[in-house]
Ligand binder design. Structure first.
Ligand code: NAD
Ligand code: SER
Length: 322
């Protein structure tokens, strides 16, 4: 019997992934956890407990008590917030991953999922069609923690046989949840402003191209990776995955096609410097070859879907005019 514990379950990714895991495995098989007790409200009837992943002994007792077989370790501090709290971001992102990997080694958990990010790349990385293996010189503490985390995942697999799996997500864009301090958050905020009937001020430049992915594709990729037979997983650091490469102007134009009065202006801030050191596009051929990755959403399809669904999850937003 599977028992799946999710950390950071109240976050942008966690909220949607936890609901999908509950749908696939059944609510009783899920234990959602988060530092914030408010996360429980977002997770409806799914079993929930507060957990600070920095509290190693509570974490270990919960795994033992609940006979956990898999962990999806999502709790982290993202790139933009991390630059404001570098020591805290390093301690949380690195310390908690090492706790999870040690738990997996000592109490044989069947599988671990841990997300990495395009933030592992830096200014000397090839920016277009960034290969799976190339120079990684991250400039943010978040990127450094993800780069080091990838090495630790690979190490625990090689040394101890831990079945840990990972994806380097691009910027994630969801309709059901709000982002938590990333450089790619503009691509969620912009849809909310559009449906509030307000102009949007973007914190990145108009032509800043970044790899992005609609949340249903991110969830599909995560489940496909976790359900793949271990013999199909040839990369134990983290897989490149990709769906679309887009600029703020392209997102704006795609919304304008549905909401002709929508306005945007640009006031780049410190997040622009972070974005400039990340890839524009990603080569995800290894994920396609190894476990059959293929995205479903491009920008026009995503925009249509988000604008249609957002008012359902955020009732203060206006519905699209017919
Ligand atoms: P988020 O900021 O929305 O959520 C993080 C969650 O972790 C929050 O609910 C927060 O309360 C919780 N948390 C923080 N400190 C904690 C602690 N000490 N103990 C327990 N919980 C704690 O982030 P997200 O966007 O959902 O990202 C989830 C994971 O995916 C992260 O590892 C992130 O690096 C990775 N990722 C996200 C993106 C993206 O675009 N959102 C892209 C690449 C990778
Ligand atoms: N989307 C994330 C961020 O902006 C990248 O991991 O921090």
């Amino acid at each position: 019997m599977d028992k799946i514990l999710i950390t950071g379950a109240g976050g942008q990714l966690g909220t949607e992934l936890t609901h999908m895991l509950a749908q696939v495995y059944g609510k009783k098989a899920i234990l959602a956890t988060d530092l914030s007790p408010e996360a429980e409200e977002k997770l409806e009837e799914i079993p929930f407990q507060t957990l600070d992943v920095m509290d190693q002994s509570s974490f270990a007792s919960l795994i033992h008590k609940e006979k956990v077989t898999q962990i999806y370790h999502l709790a982290a501090i993202l790139s933009a917030t991390g630059e404001n709290h570098p020591q805290k971001a390093w301690r949380l992102n690195m310390g908690s991953l090492l706790t999870v990997l040690e738990l997996a080694r000592e109490k044989p958990l069947q599988k671990i999922y841990w997300p990495s990010s395009i933030a592992v790349f830096g200014p000397n990385t090839p920016r277009h069609n960034t290969p799976q293996s190339c120079i990684q010189d991250p400039q943010t503490v978040y990127g450094i923690s993800k780069q080091a985390g990838e090495r630790w995942c690979s190490y625990y697999h090689l040394k101890y046989g831990v079945d840990v799996r990972s994806l380097r997500y691009p910027g994630l864009i969801g309709a059901k949840s709000l982002p938590g301090g990333g450089t790619t958050d503009y691509a969620v905020e912009i849809y909310h402003k559009a449906l509030e009937g307000q102009p949007y001020t973007c914190f990145l430049k108009k032509d800043q191209e970044l790899p992005m992915m609609y949340m249903p594709d991110a969830i599909k990729a995560t489940l496909s990776l976790m359900e793949a037979d271990a013999s199909q997983i040839h990369i134990r650091s983290s897989y490149n995955i990709s769906a679309m490469s887009i600029t703020p102007d392209q997102v704006y134009q795609s919304i304008l096609a549905h909401l002709p009065g929508f306005e945007i202006s640009y006031e780049p801030d410190y997040r622009q410097a972070i974005a400039e050191n990340w890839p524009c596009s990603i080569d995800d051929s290894k994920a396609r070859e190894d476990w059959g990755w293929k995205p479903s959403f491009d920008l026009p399809r995503m925009t249509e879907d988000i604008l249609y669904h957002l008012p359902h999850y955020f009732p203060h937003l206006h519905e699209l005019p017919n």
